[in-house]
Design a protein around this ligand. Structure first.
Ligand SMILES: Cc1cc2nc3c(=O)[nH]c(=O)nc-3n(C[C@H](O)[C@H](O)[C@H](O)COP(=O)(O)O)c2cc1C
Length: 205
């Protein structure tokens, strides 16, 4: 039974462009995988703690030597890592904030890049044989030919992190110019429809 992990980031609920892209993706994925199971990790609901001193103390201690406090410190990270390791396809939906991913998603990344679990001690990624799709909503446009192409940091960063943990099959659907929806110059439906073929293609495998 194929398993999809959906990571949502936007705090904007129904006004969120990236969440509407996810809805389109999940509907297509369910059509393509009627027996599949989708698990949602909503970072607007799960407020992840930043990596702190107790977390790091646990991170740098061998698992068999973990104290109860260390186990507690890593519990959420363990859960998030398990969600990735048991998924076949990971879809990450995110806004661009200040040219990068929002802090909530960066925090998720800090929790899932775990030596010995998702990243080998030799530096090779351990999350192999999986596919990832990244759905990005941004006010600006960062695709080929854009005068601000060099600011396409969120996409590059997510590709890099996914590659680092071993996911090389990465599709990015870049939902640029989303600001026209907020300005009332484009409908959400028209915007999502423009990206629907790319979303369907990514969800079908
Ligand atoms: C705090 C903040 C920072 C933003 N920074 C950028 C940015 O650097 N580049 C950009 O293209 N859009 C930026 N935007 C616009 C958002 O990416 C855009 O509104 C997008 O639709 C948000 O995703 P969402 O609709 O899923 O919440 C920013 C929006 C906010 C609220």
């Amino acid at each position: 039974m194929p398993k999809l992990l959906v990571v949502e980031t936007s705090p904007r609920g129904d006004s969120s462009v990236s969440r509407h892209m996810t809805r389109s993706f999940v509907a297509d994925w369910r059509d393509a995988h009627p027996q599949g199971e989708a698990v949602v990790r909503d970072l607007a609901v799960t407020a992840l703690p930043h990596v702190n001193a107790p977390w790091l103390a646990a991170y740098f201690t061998l698992e068999e030597k973990h104290s109860p406090e260390m186990k507690d410190a890593l519990r959420m990270s363990d859960t998030l890592v398990a969600e990735i390791l048991t998924a076949d396809h990971i879809v990450i939906a995110t806004p661009v904030y200040n040219y990068n991913v929002p802090a909530a998603l960066k925090s998720w990344i800090d929790h899932i890049v775990r030596k010995g679990y998702t990243l080998g001690f030799d530096g090779k990624g351990l999350v192999t044989g999986k596919k990832a799709t990244v759905l990005i909503a941004s006010g600006g446009v960062y695709t080929e030919g854009s005068p601000i192409r060099d600011r396409n940091i969120a996409e590059q960063y997510l590709r890099l992190i996914l590659n680092v943990i071993g996911i090389t099959d990465v599709t990015v659907v870049a939902g640029g110019a989303a600001k026209f929806i907020d300005m009332g110059e484009e409908t959400m439906a028209a915007f999502v429809a423009k990206h629907a073929p790319a979303i369907k293609q990514a969800s079908s495998v």
